[in-house]
Design a protein around this ligand. Structure first.
Ligand code: ZN
Length: 292
């Protein structure tokens, strides 16, 4: 297992972690400057942040700083009540792939979608099995585009509390079943993003990490699970402030040969988003050394 205590060369910052500090959007190009100034070597930006900064300008800044992208957030949202919605999602996912290529991302992260309309508060139906079938179809179609571009797809299972509105793939096992069905040859084009916030509780986690193996492990997202958790979406903890045995999971992942970045991804409207962005980045560096 790699020693993270002496430096932060394997730290990546998911830029949602510092997207909105003290009530103001922190512009992506400024975030990149602040990361580079601290010797942070990798980031994982969100599409809305990239669009606000401009794709070409973002790509230039990434190259100028010599930054790597541990992933690109995000594609997916495959579930829709009608064919027009599914076609629009397909087009949008293709654009996401193109952007990921332009930025040189390691993978496109997929949040697959839940019941159609649920995110907006109006679920079109209660057919979760049907939604899951639509996800499989959506990934199968997108996989062809991903292969063409040489951009791997990373399915991110989300905690079951998001099954209705964000993602109906909720365990690593489910994600790996999809991988095995759609990419039986383990080509490297399809894998998983292991986000500790979503999967830390799963009794099958070690076994599923082993099942995934190096070829399917495309990303590792870290944060912590606060007790109590006060908000389902925006109360992720800084590493060390919760109950996840982060190092134990990292040991499992690295035992399979994973040698990529550990990406800090924290949505925190009650704490970390209320602080100065530089302070948050400095804390990420310190906690990455001490707790990851
Ligand atoms: Zn994540």
């Amino acid at each position: 297992m790699r020693d993270f205590t002496a430096d932060h060369r394997w730290l990546s910052i998911n830029t949602a972690t510092v997207r909105r500090q003290r009530g103001q959007d922190w512009p992506l190009l400024d975030i990149l400057d602040a990361c580079a100034a601290r010797g942070i070597r990798a980031v994982s930006p969100w599409r809305d942040q990239v669009h606000a900064a401009g794709l070409a300008a973002t790509a230039r800044a990434i190259r100028a700083h010599g930054l790597e992208l541990s992933g690109y957030c995000r594609g997916g949202m495959f579930t829709h009540a009608d064919a027009a919605g599914r076609d629009a999602a397909r087009d949008d996912n293709r654009r996401a792939l193109d952007e990921a290529c332009e930025l040189g991302a390691a993978c496109l992260v997929l949040v697959v979608g839940g019941l159609p309309g649920a995110l907006a508060g109006h679920p079109a139906h209660k057919d979760l099995a049907g939604a899951r079938a639509q996800v499989a179809e959506g990934i199968a179609a997108l996989l062809a585009d991903a292969r063409e571009r040489g951009m791997p797809l990373a399915i991110e299972p989300l905690h079951p509390m998001y099954a209705a509105d964000r993602a109906c793939v909720n365990t690593l096992e489910q994600a790996l079943d999809l991988c095995d069905t759609l990419d039986a040859a383990r080509s490297g084009a399809l894998g998983v993003a292991v986000d500790l916030y979503h999967v830390w509780w799963d009794p099958k986690l070690p076994a599923m990490i082993e099942r995934a193996g190096r070829l399917r492990l495309l990303a590792l997202h870290v944060c912590d699970w606060r007790v109590p958790t006060r908000d389902l979406l925006e109360d992720r903890g800084m590493m060390g402030d919760g109950v996840i045995d982060i190092r134990a999971v990292r040991a499992c992942v690295e035992a399979q040969g994973y040698a990529g970045y550990s990406e800090v991804e924290i949505f925190s409207s009650r704490d970390w988003w209320l602080r100065d962005g530089g302070e948050v980045l400095d804390t990420c560096i310190e906690r990455h050394r001490r707790c990851v």
